[in-house]
Write a protein that binds this ligand. Structure first.
Ligand code: NAD
Ligand code: WQD
Length: 337
């Protein structure tokens, strides 16, 4: 298939391009490089032997996007492009709504105008909010999201559902990712956010490399194994493989579906910290702080639907995730220094 990948130079997008190319698909990337680097194209080439065709286009630029559709005959779309920082979305909500919703609508309009029928959308477990019992099941629907970022994901799922109801040829799969971490085993692709990371594993990674001196653990009084928050971490390479299966599923299916993509297992903050200590071979300092506002105690996926519809199950575990994350950090440091 010839697949348009929006946000394809980003963290999850770049890993997905590798898996798509490896499976023989042709990839065309659209990204405005807001949160990624053009070098990623060379890295994808170094891993796969193929450099994807690339357009530096903002999905808010409808004419630019339309040109990309005119110049390429796509079979399917995987839509990653968007802003993703939960805290920032509370400060600049309109910017988030514009980028993640108006940008997506531009894309869906181009899809309709150019008769591209299949799309996989990056949704998030955040759409469950704090309303439901674990494991989170797709049939729960959507909960009360706790921040504008989460609401953009919820709205996109609803928009795609309505789009499919009105257009019987369209197939839209919203994948609800749990917590993607890790990096490509080559050490060439991964996530190294600028500044102080918001998310757990990027933060621990910077403690491991000495850029930060300790981890702040947000709360140790939850009703969990050791009092710290529990999440369902998934290796980004497994997540990328789920996209290949989802886009193939979208081709043989019509209508809207939402599917969880997680491991089905939960790990506490301290369990992840200890797994990372094993990966980097040293003790990592931490301090317990107050709970982070908006956090829930436990989140993990019911994975049955992914198994049934996509024949997808994770292959990599928490040790693989921490090993590959640390390998990427060390390799990036060497390249910078
Ligand atoms: P990322 O920031 O690394 O990748 C997103 C890419 O989209 C970046 O390369 C960015 O430059 C690009 N982009 C942003 N706005 C754009 C625009 N207007 N036009 C063109 N390109 C634009 O993020 P990621 O972690 O790879 O996440 C990919 C998708 O998955 C996002 O939609 C995110 O919300 C979603 N998601 C991520 C997580 C996670 O924990 N990483 C979890 C659930 C869902
Ligand atoms: C995990 C656990 C924290 C940082 C977020 C988004 C979600 C999705 C994935 C996009 C929690 C604890 C964290 C730290 C800590 N993204 N923690 N110290 O909050 O589950 O999910 O990323 O869709 O929408 O909300 O992930 O990695 O931030 O936190 O103790 O410095 O680690 O309290 O229990 P989260 P996270």
């Amino acid at each position: 298939m010839r697949i348009l990948v929006t946000g394809g130079t980003g963290y999850i997008g770049s890993h997905t391009c590798v898996e798509l190319i490896t499976k023989g698909h042709e990839v065309v990337i659209v990204d405005n490089l807001y949160n990624s680097n053009i070098d990623v194209l060379d890295k994808i080439e170094a891993i796969t032997g193929v450099k994807p065709k690339f357009y530096e286009v903002d999905i808010l630029d409808k004419e630019g996007l339309d040109r990309v559709f005119k110049e390429n005959d796509f079979d399917a779309i995987i839509h990653f492009a968007g802003y993703k920082a939960v805290g920032e979305s509370c400060v600049i909500p309109l910017t988030y709504y514009k980028n993640n919703i108006s940008g997506s609508i531009n894309l869906y309009e181009c899809m309709a105008a150019h008769h591209v029928d299949n799309i996989v959308f990056s949704s998030s477990a955040t759409v469950y909010g704090d309303n439901f019992e674990v494991p989170f099941k797709e049939e729960y629907g959507q909960g009360d999201t706790t921040n504008p970022y989460g609401t953009t994901k919820k709205f996109n799922e609803i928009i795609l559902e309505d789009f499919c109801k009105a257009n019987k040829d369209i197939s839209a799969v919203s994948l609800r990712y749990f917590n993607p971490i890790g990096a490509h085993p080559s050490g060439l692709l991964g996530e190294d956010p600028k500044g102080i990371p918001n998310n757990l594993v990027p933060y621990i990674a910077k403690v491991a490399t000495g850029e930060l001196d300790h981890l702040n653990v947000f709360g140790d009084d939850y009703d969990t194994i050791d009092g710290t928050g529990v999440r369902d971490y998934i290796h980004v390479v497994d997540l990328a493989k789920a996209h290949v299966k989802a886009i193939e599923y979208a081709q043989r299916h019509k209508g809207a579906e939402v599917i969880n993509v997680g491991s089905g297992k939960g790990y506490s903050v301290l369990e992840v910290l200890h797994a990372y200590e094993k990966a980097c071979g040293k003790k990592l300092a931490y301090e317990v702080k107050d709970r982070r506002p908006g956090d829930i105690a436990v989140s993990y996926a019911d994975t049955k639907k992914a198994k049934e519809l996509l024949d997808f199950e994770v292959e990599l575990d928490i040790e693989d995730m921490c090993r590959d994350s640390y390998n990427f950090m060390i390799k990036s440091q060497k390249n910078e220094g």
